[in-house]
Design a protein around this ligand. Sequence first.
Ligand code: GLA
Length: 381
Amino acid sequence: MKEIIKQVFTDRFEGKPVIVRSPGRVNLIGEHTDYNEGFVLPASIDKAIYFAIAPNRDNVFRFYSYDLMDEYVTEIDKIEPCDKHWANYLLGVIAQFVKDGKQVMGFDCAFGGDIPIGAGLSSSAAIECGLAYAIDKMQKFGYSTMEMVKISQKAEHEYAGVMCGIMDQFAVMHGQINKAIKLDCRSLEYELLPVKMENYKLLLVNTGVKHSLASSEYNKRRNECAAGVKILKKYNSSIQSLRDVSLDFIQKHKAEFDEIVYDRCTYVIEENIRLDAACEALNNGDFTAFGNQMYLSHRGLKEKYEVSCVELDLLVDIAKKTRGVLGARMMGGGFGGCTINLVKKNAVANFKNTILAQYKTPEGKEPEIYEVVIDGGTGLA
Ligand code: GLA
């Protein structure tokens, strides 16, 4: 892919480009906990977007999307959200550099890769982090990776309108081969946990449902969690987020909660507990225990947080009944996208066949199944 994007650049533009690779991510467990200052366990993967970028002398930003075969051009002093959906992720990044007082020079950029779009693998974070990294390298600004993570997250907030947490951008930027990132989304301290996959595989199954509902429902979930925190804060002013709340404490105040808000909040508290159990299992090499936490996570997302959908539920149900599958859950924001499945290596073929025999996308097609490997984060390619 790197060579293709380099060639696409050379065919269309001039100059010697900086080449950057920026991967997608999976999340093993810890869903919808990041914006509640809890814990997540993502990892960057071997599906990525490549950028080729070099300055031009035309005072314009010129983007060419190889996958969409589409171009977007704008003058360097006209950075604002536009009608072209995909371009906003890129413009949003430039806007953050500008806000930070930097003069971003006109450039040409070709990009493309193999991260499926709208599948919950954070293709948008890969784009944001990749461009932030590429601009930083091209202009030698010297931003830290953490600063670029924040630039990318703000781009998503301001130009895509999704008030996402920090997990995706963090994982895309800081991922390492064969390591999961246990990230404390409050302090942003993290631990890299080895994932010894000799006997197991991670497989993603794409429902074929694009999670377009996700942004409005996502922002709604954030507000519901904030409403819960507001109630509990009355009883303990040191509570800043659901991270600070124990199950005992919320149970004591159940009567004051609207049922939905109560379910949302208990889901988040329980998911943090599950993540701890899952990390312990991972450290002990106990993949069966790890897989159980994945199933429990899915049940919480389905029943209490209500961000699943029938297609995701069906895929998890099939997985549960299939030999050699240790765990399965929906992944990412929800309402579509992929399930993540932990499967014994010797059962992979059977898993794929079972899924293909028992599940069809809403359009009646065979679902895409991706075997993913945990690979490095955003960097020069
Ligand atoms: C999306 C967001 C993340 C996170 C997940 C749910 O991927 O971008 O910040 O909240 O949903 O865990």
